[in-house]
Each structure stands twice: as structure tokens, then as C-alpha cells.
Ligand binder design. Structure first.
Ligand SMILES: *Cc1c(COP(=O)(O)O)cnc(C)c1O
Length: 465
């Protein structure tokens, strides 16, 4: 191997690069230490390239390589992405985007001190839970409310308070795994209660619960199956019948709704998602649900129900380990206020997406397509379906119009195009169905439309057949 010593000798020194105006610019932006490391790496790569027969890069090229490394390294690890998947509550993509009002509330509270656990008028210690209890009671008709950092915590906390060392009766049709490893039977074991399964996967009658009652029974639990539907020959026991049975035997009914839906989903052409107010009215003693599913707020667990029961839960020392954070509380209160003011469907992003008019979505898809066509990209629109996701309304879809790019019209495989769209500064997450790359405007925030079109142009511009 003949190494070109002359080419190696042409490489500038680290100091030369650091002291150049380009180097100084990088130091100002990224710190001296980070810049030094990136320049070292760029020089090492250049030496390797020269060994392999390349000529010596210019100082500008070396600094550009260093800058690229710095940009990559210094990019926030947790960052925003564009959700073009059409799954509205996408757990992998952070579930519910917050409303503008919720964001402002977080900023207000988190950027300074707050009355998180302080009663301003009395000038003494207060409780963080009081900030949302009145609202939750008003919105659900519950006697009392309590919040935790997520719904899994709410379930664990409630069961461990109400049924530790005792039996919890649940239908076999509801022993579900929600995703991310949340399995109802495991959570029940962790909370120290014994699981008594009754009925069959598709049918559980009130008599099945009744036959399982014993001295050790504490709670009849119902769990919303969330991410699947059993169809055909099915029967589940209504809450009212369970409550009647439980209360006759001095037991409690707990309902894990998963998604706390405070608006009637049926008005948007979806199936009716069970609502906390309905469970409570039917006699459930405690109902729990997530803050970031159909409620459209921050990650949180919400417990509503009978005052006496929630007082017991609030005294459980585990609550301290599951307590809600001030930023979450601020966002949760602002989100609940949208329901109080009857403006949830206009202000909460996931409800705006659910309620979006088909014509509006179609015109966005058409606009995307025509902008792309103007750049020589063979994009088209097609009818498709969006889903609600997030363990709510399983099997339910909303008609939508998708932007479609066919594999036959581009020179690269679709999964490579999808990867390049994900590798952008603001990653664009799409889906591939057979031979078509699909983007759903429903889940793309309107202010991101430009970025979507630009992203496709930059990725596809050179790959058009
Ligand atoms: C989603 C879900 C949970 C878990 O809620 P997190 O807020 O994600 O902790 C529990 N139970 C049911 C039925 C669910 O759908």
C-alpha cells in the first residue's frame, strides 16, 4: 500500500482549525470541548480516507464535517416528530398533543414558583390534589377525585388500597394486556390481591360473579378491553348489575376505563366509548382512566368515585411514589377547563383531529399532492382510514384522504424513503401499505403541512423515476 505522505502532510493542525474563523464559530455555538472532539474526529476520518487513496480535504470541508457531527450529537434526544400515520393517539409518538392553553399553563407554573402545595389565603400547607378535584367532580358527577402520574399507577394504588390480601373478581374476557407490558393479571398480583377469574373469554354473566363470591372477596373489577374487540356471540355484565350484586354483599365495584372519554364519541361517527360519568351513574364505586388518551391531556391517572373510598386511597403511602408532577397538573387543569367551557372539540388537538371535516382533510391532501406534482413528484391522493388508537375505540375508523406515493413511481424502495423521512431534523413518520407510502393529514398539525411537503420534496426530489 502506498500512503501519500504529501497528502497527509497537507492536513491542517487541530490548532489551525480551532483558531480559524469557522472554528471560532463552532466554539461559540457548541463549546470548546465539543468542537475540539468533533475536529479530532474529522481529522481522524480524513487520515483514514487518505490511507484509502483520497486527497486531502480543505479546512472548510473538515470544519463542515465537524459541524455535521456537532449537529447530530447536540440534537435533543427527545424531540418532536410529525405524525403522518393517521393514528391519533399514538402511544409511541407521545399520545395526546396538548392544547395551546395547556402549554401556556405549564409554562406559567413551571417557570416559577406556584401554589402547588400551598393554600394562598390561609398561608399554610395545602394539597396538590385540590387543584383539579372540583373540576373532575363537576365533569364526571363524582363525589371525589384523585390524580396519579398515570392510569397504571391509579389501578395499582386503588387495588392495593381496596383489596390487598383479598380477592378481586374479574371476567376472563377482560384479563387483557394493554401494551407496553401492562397486563391486568400482573398488576393485580403486584397490588397484593388475589385474582379470581370468572366466565369465559366471550361470555361472563352476573351469575358467574355471584358464584365466585367468598369471605375473601373485596372488589368486582371491570377493565375496558381497550385494544381489541371480541365480536360474535358475546355477553358482558353491565356495571349496574355488578354494582347491585357487590353492594348487596358489602363489596366494591371498580371500573378501569383506560381511556377517559368525557365527550360522546358517537357524535363523530364512532362507536360510543364508555364515559366515566356513565360508570359512576351506574353505581361504580371507583372509576379510573388516563389523562393522555381520549381526555387529550398530559400523562396522568385519574380516579373518581365515592368520597369515602377515595379518602382511603389518598391515605395509601404508595400515592407518594406515584404522585403527579406540577407541570402535569397545570396541563391537566387547563385541559379539563376546555370541557368545563364546552370547547373541548375546538381546542383539544385530538378532538379537533377526530372532529376534522372529511372535506378539509381531502383539501389538505390535494394541496400536498399538487405541490409535489409541481416539483415533478408523482404523488396522488386516495381514500383511507384513520384510527383513534391509544387503547380506545378498537376497530373503529374515521374516513380520511391520504397522500399516496406508489413504489412504481420512485427509484428507491419505499422503506428506504420512509427511513429518509424519519431521518430528517423533524422526523416524518409515515406508513406503508403494500406498494404505497401513505401520509394522513388528519394527524399532522396544520402548521406542519409545509414541512411535510418540503420533506417529501427533499427526500424524493432525486429519486423520481
Ligand atoms: C391504557 C390503559 C391503562 C394504562 O394507562 P396509562 O395511563 O398508560 O398508565 C390501564 N388500563 C386500561 C384499560 C388502559 O386502556
Amino acid at each position: 500500500m502506498s500512503i501519500d505522505q504529501n497528502q497527509l502532510r497537507l492536513l491542517p493542525s487541530i490548532d489551525e482549525l480551532l483558531q480559524s474563523s469557522g472554528g471560532a464559530g463552532l466554539i461559540a455555538q457548541y463549546s470548546r470541548g465539543m468542537t475540539l472532539r468533533a475536529i479530532r474526529a474529522a481529522l481522524a476520518q480524513a487520515r483514514l480516507d487518505i490511507f484509502n487513496g483520497s486527497t486531502c480535504p480543505s479546512s472548510e470541508q473538515l470544519l463542515a464535517a465537524a459541524e455535521q457531527t456537532l449537529q447530530q450529537v447536540m440534537q435533543p434526544h427527545l424531540r418532536s416528530v410529525i405524525n403522518a400515520t393517521g393514528v391519533i393517539i399514538n402511544t409511541n409518538l407521545g399520545r395526546s398533543p396538548l392544547s395551546q392553553e395547556a402549554l401556556q399553563a405549564v409554562q406559567q407554573v413551571a417557570g416559577g414558583y406556584s401554589n402547588l402545595e400551598y393554600e394562598v389565603e390561609a398561608g399554610k400547607r395545602g394539597s396538590r390534589h385540590t387543584h383539579v378535584t372540583t373540576l373532575l367532580r363537576e365533569l364526571t358527577g363524582a363525589e371525589a377525585a384523585l390524580v396519579t402520574n398515570n392510569n397504571a399507577a391509579a389501578v395499582l394504588l386503588a387495588l392495593s388500597t381496596l383489596a390487598m390480601g383479598r380477592e378481586v373478581i374479574i371476567s376472563r374476557g377482560q384479563l387483557v394486556e394493554i401494551g407496553g407490558g401492562f397486563r391486568v393479571p400482573d398488576v393485580m398480583r403486584q397490588s397484593g390481591c388475589m385474582l379470581i377469574e370468572v366466565g369465559t373469554t366471550n361470555r361472563t354473566r352476573i351469575g358467574d360473579y355471584e358464584a365466585a363470591l367468598s369471605e375473601r372477596s373485596a372488589v368486582l373489577l371491570t377493565v375496558h378491553p381497550s385494544n381489541f374487540v371480541i365480536s360474535g356471540f358475546t355477553e358482558s355484565t353491565p356495571i349496574a348489575a355488578l354494582a347491585e350484586l357487590a353492594h348487596r354483599h358489602n363489596l366494591l365495584v371498580m371500573d378501569d376505563l383506560g381511556s377517559g372519554c368525557l365527550l360522546d364519541s358517537a357524535q363523530y361517527g364512532l362507536a360510543h366509548e364508555p364515559m366515566p360519568q356513565e360508570s359512576l351513574a351506574a353505581g361504580a364505586d371507583v372509576v379510573c382512566f388516563s389523562g393522555d388518551k381520549l381526555l387529550g391531556g398530559p400523562q396522568a391517572g385519574i380516579l373518581v368515585g365515592k368520597a369515602e373510598i377515595l379518602e382511603r386511597i389518598a391515605k395509601n403511602p404508595l400515592l407518594r411514589a406515584m404522585r403527579i408532577d406540577k407541570m402535569t397538573l397545570a396541563a391537566l387543569e387547563a385541559t379539563l377547563r376546555h370541557y368545563q367551557r364546552d370547547e373541548a372539540a375546538q381546542h383539544i388537538p385530538i378532538w379537533r383531529m377526530i372532529a376534522a371535516r372529511p372535506g378539509k382533510i381531502a383539501s389538505r391532501a390535494t394541496r400536498w399532492a399538487s405541490k409535489l406534482q409541481a416539483q415533478g413528484i408523482d404523488a396522488r391522493t386516495q381514500r383511507g382510514e384513520s384510527t383513534v388508537g391509544g387503547g380506545s375505540l378498537p376497530g373503529e375508523t374515521l374516513p380520511t384522504t391520504l397522500l399516496a406515493i406508489d413504489a412504481a413511481r420512485v427509484s428507491q424502495p419505499l422503506d428506504e424513503l420512509a427511513r429518509q423521512l424519519r431521518m430528517r431534523n423533524i422526523p416524518i413518520i409515515t406508513r406503508i401499505l403494500r406498494d404505497t407510502l401513505l401520509l394522513d393529514p388528519r394527524t399532522v398539525l396544520e402548521e406542519q403541512d409545509k414541512e411535510v411537503v418540503l420533506g417529501i420534496i427533499e427526500v424524493l426530489g432525486e429519486s423520481v423515476k
